[in-house]
Design a protein around this ligand. Structure first.
Ligand code: GDP
Length: 314
């Protein structure tokens, strides 16, 4: 069962971003460092006309540092793209953002040609937190100077560098089933779009493969037990360990699932990144192959259908 998520109003955002981007030099795309591939909206590149892009892998404090390094290298190898990792504990992010943006648009700058930067990101990725930090720091630094300018969603990052907020909502877009599970686990898609148990089982499968020691430690299991159990058995073990029981001593699987998801979201399971660039690219490839096969079968069915008169329904 894959996750179905069709948020509305994307066409409005699309038009608004396309309009705003005309006067923008650099696009900052905020990603969740725990799921960089899945937290990107692939339509953004189309909307922004492939402007120079700074990828921010945010919430790096919760992500696996080794995997963050892989993602940074992956993005830094792309044309007109730079990437940095960030988290809310960084109290002076403006300096890095301005420096990276200047590298991406070296011809802009100075009072006559100020650098204009647009910040985008799916909900929950930490955009408001970052913007608030940027505003606060600027206010603190400039004292009684009128440094903070957040009229019309605009923040002055430096005298000649302005940051604009996305007009509208950039919703996540689920391109492969794995992305759906990861977005749901992170809290980026609405609660009614998924089933906790399905998402928790996928999360357990990921953790069992990539972070068995963290799973064992959090739920007081042995590594052998983690390796030998099925995902269902592990979810049951979590429920038992956390006391999510119903009458008769059976495990309340929904409660157990909520526990696993909450532990992932709060970082109690440890520093985890759910996907590597290599894994994500493989899923995309498989997804594209599946789409092509579906398309081929559809065309085959259409070709086999008799043409001419429509079937009568007598
Ligand atoms: P927005 O929807 O993109 O504006 O996201 P928010 O700024 O509201 O952040 C969503 C949640 O993530 C909040 O609970 C923030 O406290 C939390 N958050 C934001 N940035 C970070 C970060 O770098 N690290 C951690 N651990 N949490 C963060």
């Amino acid at each position: 069962m894959s996750i179905q998520w069709f948020p509305g109003h994307m066409h409005l955002t699309r038009k608004a971003i396309a309009e705003r981007v005309k006067s923008i030099d650099v696009v900052i795309e905020m990603l969740d460092a725990r799921l960089p591939g899945s937290s990107a909206n692939p339509l953004l590149g189309e909307m922004t006309g492939h402007k120079p892009t700074l990828k921010i892998l945010n919430k790096q404090d919760m992500a696996d540092p080794a995997r963050t390094a892989l993602w940074l290298a992956h993005y830094n190898a792309q044309k007109d793209t730079r990437a940095i990792a960030l988290d809310a504990s960084n109290t002076a992010p403006a300096k890095a953002l301005v420096a990276e943006s200047r590298e991406l648009a070296p011809l802009r700058g100075g009072m006559a040609k100020p650098l204009r930067v647009l910040i985008c990101g799916i909900p929950n990725v930490g955009k408001s937190t970052l913007i608030n930090t940027l505003m606060g720091k600027r206010a603190a630094k400039t004292g009684d100077e009128a440094g903070v300018t957040r009229t019309e969603q605009r923040v002055a990052l430096a005298d000649d560098c302005y940051l604009f907020d996305t007009p509208g909502m950039l919703w996540p877009r689920i391109v492969v089933p794995e992305s759906g599970y990861h977005l749901a686990a992170s809290g980026a898609v609405g609660r009614n779009a998924y089933d906790d148990e399905v998402v928790a089982l996928e999360l357990i499968a990921d953790l069992r493969r990539d972070y068995p020691a963290l799973l064992a430690e959090r739920y007081k299991l042995t590594l052998d037990a983690v390796a030998a159990s099925t995902d269902d058995q592990l979810l049951e073990a979590v429920g038992r360990q956390r006391g999510a029981l119903v009458a008769g001593g059976r495990v309340n699987m929904t409660k157990a699932a909520e526990q696993v998801i909450a532990d992932f979201r709060s970082g109690l399971l440890g520093r985890i990144t759910l996907e590597t660039p290599e894994q994500f690219l493989a899923w995309l490839k498989a997804g594209k192959a599946a789409d092509a096969e579906r398309q081929r079968l559809k065309q085959e069915r259409q070709a086999q259908r008799p043409t001419g008169r429509r079937p009568s329904h007598r």
